[in-house]
Design a protein around this ligand. Sequence first.
Ligand SMILES: C[S@@+](CC[C@H](N)C(=O)[O-])C[C@H]1O[C@@H](n2cnc3c(N)ncnc32)[C@H](O)[C@@H]1O
Length: 201
Amino acid sequence: MNNYEPLRKKLNFAEDLPFTPDWSAAADFLTLIADHCLEKKPATIVECSSGLSTLILARCCQLNEHGKVYSLENGSEYAEKTRQQINDFDLKKYATVIDAPLEKKEIEDSDYLWYSIKSMPVNSIDMLVIDGPPGFIQPNSRYPALPVLNDRLSNNCKIFMDDASRDDEKNIIQLWLDRFPQLKHEYIDTERGCSILSINK
Ligand SMILES: C[S@@+](CC[C@H](N)C(=O)[O-])C[C@H]1O[C@@H](n2cnc3c(N)ncnc32)[C@H](O)[C@@H]1O
């Protein structure tokens, strides 16, 4: 039995979940975001990086009969692969993978590469899942997510960041808490660590 089997059963997927060792989010992180999605039924979900997480969130929206996930993906081959999987699992109505090449963003006098959001059609995000860009690209790779998207977060938005046990991600959380004092942070001790931020505007 693979680690994803309990989640497959919970979400009533008929087929095995397509995962890539080391690159797919871990089952415990995916279970956390699925539980939140099933309970709170967010209308608009944005995620940074596509893959198995897109499939899981889209399936939750299908079960909820409500909501849609918009997945920013910088790698065109991974975008295509996720689209194919969404198609194969008949979840097209619940997920759109957006080609979002990394582009230069200047934030607080530092340069970062982060997703282009030119083609992102949403303005009120109820759930934000951050699992990219990959850490090897630059220090604090995921930091731009909140400075760039803050104006588009709804009042009750929940933010989930994977890999939160890493030093870079711990650093990013501290930078966010300093810059956005209205955020509340909770750390969950999952396989790779999960940071959950609540926004109270
Ligand atoms: C941690 S992965 C994203 C995982 C995704 N959230 C999931 O649960 O499957 C972050 C990024 O790595 C890239 N990526 C995915 N699979 C990869 C692989 N096998 N080798 C190199 N890069 C990969 C993609 O651009 C992806 O957006």
